[in-house]
Ligand binder design. Sequence first.
Ligand code: MLT
Length: 208
Amino acid sequence: MTESTFIHRFEPATNTGSHPLLLLHGTGGDENDLLGLGKMISPGAALLSPRGRVLEHGMPRFFRRLAEGVLDEEDVRKRAAELGDFVTDARQRYGIAAPVAVGFSNGANIAAALLLLKPDALAGAILLRAMVPLSDPPKANLAGKPILLLSGQGDPIVPASNSAHLAALLSQAGASVTHKVLPAGHQLSQADVTLARNWIGNVAAEAA
Ligand code: MLT
């Protein structure tokens, strides 16, 4: 597996003090989708943005699903391993540190799976409208990893109990989880951008 097996964009850092971001789009997005969001959240950070390799009626995704909100867990595991390999290869190729994932919807779900299956791949994560990706995840060690989980109060895809379960799962694995429920649906709002920008600024300040 090499990084060339994921179509992707890479933008080098202009601010070397910030974590690289791994941008993971939602269903139907592509490698260009979240570049603007990444720049708003962390200006000058290196941006690594792959396109999901699974197609659902022509729409790129990071893994298969059986129905909306019903994930094909075998495929989640397989695709998370592939994404982990991509990150390892891309880090070598571009000379970057372990990234903080910024995932939206399907991209947030693969980021959550990557955290649980291959914790060393990521330095942390911003999970936007994520759900529990695996019903029986392995025991992961996420000690010290900062994770921001932003959920929508009226999200028709992710019930409140599901996102609360995900926050608990990540905390129990040792991650430092901030979970906020916003007055929003599944789509992102300006509050997501502001909270994510402030959160990553604090993470960078703590790491400095
Ligand atoms: C998923 O399949 O990851 C979830 O249903 C979220 C989505 O893509 O809409």
